[in-house]
Design a protein around this ligand. Structure first.
Ligand SMILES: Nc1nc2c(c(=O)[nH]1)N[C@H]1C(S)=C(S)[C@@H](COP(=O)(O)OP(=O)(O)OC[C@H]3O[C@@H](n4cnc5c(N)ncnc54)[C@H](O)[C@@H]3O)O[C@H]1N2
Ligand code: MOO
Length: 547
């Protein structure tokens, strides 16, 4: 025990981990140079680093090299200090694209059902089925102007000097129907939007006519401009034919769709249900937004930011407040909210610190002991993660009346607990008893990026979006991003239009993982691929658009 403790406080492995994963401020780590020299850390992947850490720890604890594989076995809750440390570091980084695919596959399994909402409330929702035109549109040949419905043949040669004279047989307003048909030598006065009377095949605008009286005293019109068949008439079915598709499932209902659906009589619209998203912030340092600052404490800004982002993704956030750095309290809270949420997001406590509670929760999911922990934390067992071994846990759970299922059997599985990206490398995701759980970093910048890359796509997919991944554009980088990184980097940036119409990316200052200042100004996330160098000014780079 003593040896392990010493390792924890001063090992090169730990410092290497710190260096490799802390945000851009990591460059200021005074140990950086030394550790890079020893391990070539600049280009180590997280997996490499985890391996180095593991190897170092196994060496110190006296285990054979082959023991490393043994350590891949589930690390059990409460398995002792050495196990705990191994569990903390044994997190293999997956690439962003792979992590997104895992999230989308899980979200596919959790697509939400549909509901009918009033048309007025359908804006921003996603259609649950293809909607069709319920009639031709326009439903009748419609005048585009105020004027006279005529037979084009009657006015084919009309000029101001030699106008065509037509007897006016009727007048029709929008919403009405002419009683008389247009026959040779006659016209019907017509208003914009009215149905063109039978017999007419052209409408002449009022400005090209003059009123007249015939010898018999009846009303007439002088047509002073030649007309062509079809002029100023919107034919029936010009825009849509009965049964034609208006919009496909998954389409976001925009104002234009609302207009279409209103046009075709969809008073109620079938849309995907909105995911209910529970949002917890973990961290004993967190104060509610309305509280005054106290020494060492900060306000919980992540919860509301995440809630706003969830809303922007079509979800209904449920703000659940802050949780202390106590795994049992977190497990109990997750269990409590599980019923009323479709997806759960936590922020903070996901790294390797002593109080990183979400890492503990994720380890139980990873090793299949989540259900035990949940049950215990919910009050059925007096469990404390560090006071019970796994065996003790199981022997106690055997005694409870309702047999519990272990995590995997109950539909819980880890999707990833580390991503090869910066910021947000500790971002973790799991399926928790059939529902998606995301543990975003507490660092506001990393929290934001984690949401954009993983949570938003999940929420969109649950609402039926086929194009759930973030949209990207290509832009020219305005200022260099020099720092090499073993992981892809996602740098908050402003997007500007150049005179030639192309886009340029202007990386924002104060854009470290821990910083909040630049989030509000960001139009996009500049993607700087992993590599020994960053990116030069003038490079064409990919930028993820922030909605
Ligand atoms: N030894 C190591 N330390 C750290 C590593 C590592 O690999 N080894 N990773 C670093 C990286 S990268 C990140 S990112 C952070 C992630 O930390 P957590 O996600 O566990 O977040 P916390 O430690 O809880 O908080 C980090 C930071 O953010 C503030 N915070 C937390 N919650 C909120 C909130 N709701 N609203 C506003 N601000 C919040 C918190 O006070 C901290 O300052 O870990 C590095 N460390
Ligand atoms: O760099 Mo962490 O990955 O700061 O979010």
């Amino acid at each position: 025990m003593q040896v392990v403790k010493e390792l924890g406080e001063g090992s090169g492995a730990d410092e290497l981990m710190w260096k490799g994963n802390a945000d851009d401020g990591g460059a200021e780590n005074p140990m950086e140079k030394k550790k890079s020299d020893v391990y070539g850390a600049e280009m180590l992947t997280d997996t490499d680093k985890a391996d180095v850490c593991r190897a170092e720890m196994l060496k110190v604890t006296g285990e054979a090299a082959g023991g490393a594989e043994k350590r891949e076995e589930p690390d059990r809750v409460g398995g002792g200090v050495a196990d705990d440390r191994l569990g903390r570091f044994n997190r293999r980084a997956v690439k962003v694209g792979e992590a997104q695919q895992r999230v989308l596959a899980a979200a596919d399994e959790q697509r939400l059902g549909s509901e009918l909402v009033p048309l007025r409330a359908s804006g921003g929702r996603r259609l649950a089925q293809t909607l069709h035109a319920t009639s031709d549109w326009p439903p009748f040949a419609r005048s585009g102007l105020d004027g006279y419905a005529v037979r084009a043949a009657d006015v084919a040669h009309a000029t101001p000097e030699q106008p065509a004279t037509l007897r006016v047989v009727d007048s029709v307003a929008a919403g009405g129907l002419a009683l008389a048909a247009v026959e040779a030598g006659t016209a019907v006065r017509i208003m914009t939007g009215a149905a063109v009377p039978a017999g007419a095949d052209a409408v002449v605008m009022l400005e090209q006519t003059a009123d007249a009286i015939l010898a018999d005293g009846s009303a007439a019109v002088l047509i002073k401009r030649a007309g062509l068949p079809g002029q100023n008439i919107a034919p029936q079915g010009e825009e849509f034919r009965l049964g034609g598709a208006l919009a496909l499932p998954g389409t976001v209902v925009r104002p234009g769709h609302v207009a279409l659906l209103g046009t075709f009589g969809y008073a109620d619209v079938p849309v995907h249900k909105q995911p209910r998203v529970a949002v917890f912030a973990t961290g004993s340092e967190l104060l509610p937004v309305e509280a005054s600052l106290a020494p060492g404490q900060i306000r919980d800004s992540n919860s509301c930011m995440v809630a706003a982002m969830a809303e922007q993704s079509g979800a209904v956030p449920i703000l659940c407040g802050t949780l202390p750095d106590d795994p049992n309290a977190v497990a109990a809270a997750l269990a409590r909210v599980w019923e009323s949420a479709d997806l759960i997001i936590t922020t903070g406590g996901v790294s390797v610190g002593d109080f990183d509670v979400m890492s503990v929760i994720f380890r139980t999911i990873k090793n299949g002991s989540w259900a035990s922990m949940r049950q215990a934390a919910s009050g059925d067992l007096p469990l404390s993660t560090d006071s019970y071994s796994d065996d003790e846990l199981h022997s106690q759970t055997d005694k409870v009346a309702t047999p519990i299922q272990l995590g995997k059997e109950a539909g819980s599985r880890l999707l990833f607990d580390r991503v090869a990206m910066r910021p947000g490398s500790p971002t973790s995701a799991a399926v928790l008893e059939g529902k998606l759980l995301f543990a975003l970093s507490g660092n506001p910048g990393a929290c934001f990026v984690g949401f954009e890359l993983f949570v938003r796509p999940a929420l969109l997919r649950m609402q039926g979006a086929s194009d759930a991944l973030p949209r990207t554009v290509t832009a020219q980088l305005l200022t260099p991003i020099d720092k090499p990184s073993p992981h892809d980097r996602f740098v908050r940036t402003r997007l500007l239009s150049q005179p030639d119409g192309r886009l340029s990316a202007d990386p924002l200052a104060f854009s470290k993982s821990s910083m909040t200042a630049s989030i509000a100004d960001a139009d996009g996330l500049a993607v700087i691929p992993a590599g020994a160098k960053g990116a030069d000014a003038g490079d064409r780079i990919e930028v993820i658009l922030i909605p």
